[in-house]
Design a protein around this ligand. Structure first.
Ligand code: ATP
Ligand SMILES: Nc1nc2c(ncn2[C@@H]2O[C@H](COP(=O)(O)O)[C@@H](O)[C@H]2O)c(=O)[nH]1
Length: 230
């Protein structure tokens, strides 16, 4: 899959040469992964509040909603039959079994967002990231969030107080396995101070938006300048 070219807030995309040729920027997919409880959701929410050009990909899941979670905002909560139908119909861009539940990214809204000129933020695990990397490597920016220590990870999972004890234990048991995937990611952030982590992800996003390879029409833009010279 190749993301659609987009006109966005990135500085280069606003430039127009003498001939009026515009540089447009390809939309990108920003993935955050981490062991459960390291802080992806917290960082994602803050980024979305601060960045008008970023849209969240809302996954489907077969797990029950946690207290305070809203259907359609945090997840689309669906049954296993619906999930299987979506997989069969290729309606999911990626999908995986995580812990004891199924999760997946609906394809349509992601494509719509990219076409509308928005970058898309994903809170997905390493299996989903591998699938996106296989299909859309050029458009993918992946960030792995690590907790400062395993003890702190457990504290955060328990402090969130949204999962039963058995679920917390299962997630802790899988944490080391999850963390072993950090080398597959473009960037790694240790989430000690949340504000500093948010700033780091925002800086990555800013730099990635300016990458030469994401600019569409750059050669025409420069040629247009040459034409305008004389
Ligand atoms: N840097 C931090 N310092 C202290 N607490 C934090 C920090 N970052 C996040 N937290 C807290 O840790 C808990 C887990 O964070 P969050 O829900 O964002 O994790 P997550 O990675 O999205 O987990 P999951 O994969 O299970 O959805 C929350 O209570 C959150 O407020
Ligand atoms: N591959 C995918 N992984 C996903 C998706 N949505 C969420 N996740 C990951 O699942 C775990 C658990 O999430 P939780 O909300 O139940 O705590 C976490 O690592 C998420 O990143 C998805 O669509 N695809």
């Amino acid at each position: 899959m190749t993301a659609a070219p987009t006109d966005t807030a990135a500085p280069a995309s606003e430039a127009a040469a003498g001939s009026g040729t515009r540089i447009r920027r390809r939309g990108l997919m920003l993935v955050l992964s981490s062991p459960s409880g390291a802080g992806k959701t917290t960082i994602s929410r803050a980024l979305l509040e601060r960045d008008d050009n970023l849209a969240m990909s809302v996954s489907v899941t077969t797990r029950p909603a946690r207290p305070g979670e809203v259907d359609g905002r945090d997840y689309h909560f669906i049954g296993v039959e619906t999930y299987k139908r979506m997989v069969e119909r290729s309606e999911l861009l990626e999908h995986a079994r995580v812990f004891d539940n199924f999760y997946g990214t609906p394809r349509g809204p992601v494509m719509d967002s990219l076409t509308a000129g928005h970058d898309v933020l994903f809170d997905i695990d390493w299996q989903g990231t591998q699938q996106l990397a296989a299909n859309a490597r050029d458009d993918l920016v992946s960030v792995f969030i690590l907790p400062p220590t395993v003890e702190e990870l457990e504290r955060r999972l328990r402090g969130r107080a949204q999962d039963p004890e058995e679920v917390v234990r299962k997630r802790m048991a899988k944490a080391a396995d999850e963390m072993s995937h950090w080398p597959e990611y473009d960037y790694v952030i240790v989430n000690t101070d949340v504000e500093s982590s948010i700033r780091s992800v925002a800086a990555i996003l800013h730099a990635e938006r300016l990458k030469r390879a994401r600019q569409v029409g750059l050669a025409e833009f420069v040629n247009g300048m040459r034409g305008a010279e004389g």
